[in-house]
Design a binder for this molecule. Structure first.
Ligand code: ZN
Length: 290
């Protein structure tokens, strides 16, 4: 069998196998974790922690520092086969979650997953690869409470030549990328209560309004926190480089590369301004010292 035939044969076999063995969550849905999460995200919705934020669903079945998969987990098997065929790099391309109801502290979830689809080989900006789609279902007892479609691209990396990983664009973030393309740093604004927020999302965490609008930031701010990236290598980038979380004048924080600076010179409070850097089809906001 050729590599492609073997990949497709494994995909068919795994798809027929259906749901894998359920993996039970280590802990039940719990208030401390909900409080940590909502505090980290600045989400003051008063419904929490009596119920859990729906977007936390994946948290409840995370494996901790030493995660294991079910032996029959289809994504694990598919990744092994693709690794063996030389498609050694992976990037998540998209995921969609569906929540059937709110979860309450005390419920202990289990997760199953099945292989939906394997498509390839495709030529992509990152290299030749296969798109692998799985669907996970979270269960509370025998009731399905949420689902996630998760798609990865397993690819043969091209030698670094100015290629960078494209950002994920969704309905919630397309205004941001459209702004960057024309040199505007856009911040999402609640159309009801006026609260600004970043990263963008579909619903205002303060008043739950939908249908947000946006403002254009001055692009001026200060370094709130930063990391110096040494490893791993990133396609098209020379290490080390600096990624800074910048507190903008408007009061929200935003991540970006801090360019043209010796990592030794970076410090918290450093005044910066936005700079727009074309990268493939995208324009990425980055920072420079002012
Ligand atoms: Zn609001």
């Amino acid at each position: 069998m050729t590599g492609a035939q073997e990949i497709l044969a494994t995909a068919r076999e795994l798809a027929e196998q259906g749901e894998c063995t359920p993996r039970l969550a280590r802990d039940p849905v719990n208030e401390p974790m909900i409080n940590n999460w909502t505090e980290a995200l600045g989400d003051a919705n008063p419904s929490y922690p009596a119920v859990a934020p729906p977007a936390m669903i994946q948290v409840w079945t995370m494996g901790g520092l030493h995660p294991g998969r079910s032996a029959d987990d289809p994504l694990g098997r598919m990744i092994d086969v693709l690794d063996a065929a030389g498609y050694t790099s992976v990037v998540a391309t998209n995921s969609e979650q569906t929540y059937h109801r709110l979860l309450k502290p005390g419920e202990r979830l289990a997760v199953t997953s099945r292989l939906e689809d394997v498509v390839g080989p495709k030529r992509t900006g990152l290299g030749e690869g296969w798109f692998v789609t799985t669907r996970s279902t979270w269960w509370s007892g025998d009731e399905p409470v949420g689902e996630m479609m998760f798609r990865v691209l397993k690819f043969k990396p091209k030698p670094a030549a100015g290629v960078s990983v494209p950002p994920m664009v969704s309905r919630d973030t397309e205004f941001f990328w459209a702004g960057a393309k024309i040199g505007e740093l856009r911040i999402q604004k609640c159309s009801a209560c006026g609260a600004l927020r970043h990263p963008p999302g579909p619903m205002c965490p303060r008043c739950n309004a939908l249908g947000p609008t946006h403002i254009v930031s001055s692009g001026l701010g200060e370094v709130y926190s930063y990391v110096v990236h040494h490893h791993p290598q990133v396609p098209g980038k020379r290490t080390p480089f600096v990624i800074a979380l910048v507190g903008l004048e408007e009061g929200v924080r935003m991540l970006g590369e801090l360019m043209d600076i010796d990592p030794e010179q970076v410090k918290v409070g450093l005044p910066v301004r936005v700079r727009f850097v074309p990268s493939g089809e995208f324009t990425l906001p980055a920072w420079e010292v002012r």
